[in-house]
Design a protein around this ligand. Sequence first.
Ligand code: MG
Length: 163
Amino acid sequence: MNLRIGNGYDIHRLGEGRPLILGGIAIDHELGLVGHSDADVLTHAIMDAMLGALSLGDIGHYFPPTDDRWKGADSIELLGQVDRLVRDRGWEIVNIDSVIVAERPKLKPHINAMRDRLGGALGLDPGCVGVKATTNEKLGAEGREEGISAQAVVLLSKTDSQN
Ligand code: MG
């Protein structure tokens, strides 16, 4: 089998005094996501999808929140590490699709910048990086603006079909 698919999900709480970073892009908002790293939920969901495609566990295993090395970590940097792990095993990304669930702020103006940033970090054409955003119609934690979540799927292809 030369194709593998992976699924990723993440949610972080919104809080004051934190930057809001999604897909590696800093977005102007009065609240930011709280976490040990920069709490970039979109990038975290994509990393988990990449790891999941190869049954390699999750980002908590590679970058545990108990380890001070990852305190305030730039998730785009961590994404590069996960990408190397995937490539070292002889796999490459075919495409990514993802969705961010956030009541506010409006994310549409930032979507293409996220696709460019993620594509740049992964050596992928932004045309292979789908990023969508939706509100939760004021329902649930995202709808009450208690947090922002993201989901991602990633398709991987074997780089060497002989393997
Ligand atoms: Mg996370």
